[in-house]
Design a binder for this molecule. Structure first.
Ligand code: FE2
Ligand code: FE2
Length: 263
């Protein structure tokens, strides 16, 4: 039996500080064999003048890897930070496999622990990054490449559309152990094991401050949506509510999932 703990989009200093306080206890309690976290919103970088100013700094990433986290995934914000080249030089950091082949980083890796080979693939939908290559074709290609090199496969599928995420999951149901959705920062309550043993959730939800929009103060988004103009005078700042945890625990047998639970 293998347990996978997946933590949804970590947002900002308070999300990171929450994990520094609580992740060791969660790991002690649930004993996951692998811990993976999406960290595309770990920091506000490049001055916080707009919603393209997220990503990860090398300092915050070092704090994250001081915790029991094996691998970090990304999304449309993977390359926002000025530290992006350094961040993606770390083999424990993934970015979407099906976007910008010339950009730094890798989109898939194999983690080997406890005599289990876990393949992890980070993909983006075209709702999160419109210029992305076909995510299904990218996954087919990666599965063919790995062939018998992995025991279990987990996919972080980064996207906006519920239908797109579900259709993607049913396309690969029974062929991978887990497809977990990220990017909206809003956790969905549809976690289920699909036919053939694929654990699925449309969105794991964020690990970050509540009482805002996706972990950020609402003003910039409200202005932008109301006026369709850059929200000058409203920098990207974090929300200040209590931190919420977006995370799922997936239990697998040899090659398939048997249970997915929201923590
Ligand atoms: Fe995100
Ligand atoms: Fe995203």
């Amino acid at each position: 039996m293998t347990r996978l703990l997946f933590i949804g989009d970590i947002v900002g200093e308070s999300g990171l500080a929450y994990l520094e306080t609580h992740l060791p206890g969660l790991v002690e309690q649930h004993q996951p064999h692998f811990v993976i976290a999406n960290a595309e919103n770990l920091d506000i970088t490049t001055g916080g003048s707009g919603f393209g100013d997220c990503g990860m700094t090398k300092e915050s990433l070092a704090r994250l890897f001081a915790l029991p986290i094996d691998l970090v995934t990304g999304g449309n914000h993977s390359w926002d930070s000025p530290d992006s080249d350094m961040v993606h030089a770390d083999p424990r950091v993934l970015r979407p496999l099906n976007y910008g082949l010339a950009l730094p980083g890798r989109g898939a890796t194999i983690l080997c622990k406890h005599q289990v080979r876990l393949g992890v693939i980070n993909l983006t939908s075209r709702t999160a990054l419109p210029d992305a290559d076909n995510p299904a074709a990218a996954l087919e290609q990666q599965l063919a490449l790995w062939h018998d090199q992995v025991d279990l496969v987990l996919v972080d599928f980064h996207g906006d559309s519920v239908t797109e995420k579900l259709a993607f999951a049913y396309t690969f149901a029974g062929r991978v152990a887990a497809i977990v959705g990220t990017h909206t920062h809003v956790g969905t309550m549809d976690e289920a094991v699909l036919p053939g043993g694929t654990a699925y959730v449309t969105d794991v939800g964020m690990t970050g401050p509540s009482e805002g929009i996706q972990g950020y103060a609402p003003e910039m988004f409200v202005h932008n949506v109301q006026h369709r103009l850059p929200a000058r005078g409203f920098p990207l700042t974090l929300a200040t509510g209590p931190v919420v945890l977006g995370a799922v625990l997936i239990t697998c047998t040899d090659h398939a999932a048997t249970l997915i639970q929201r923590l």
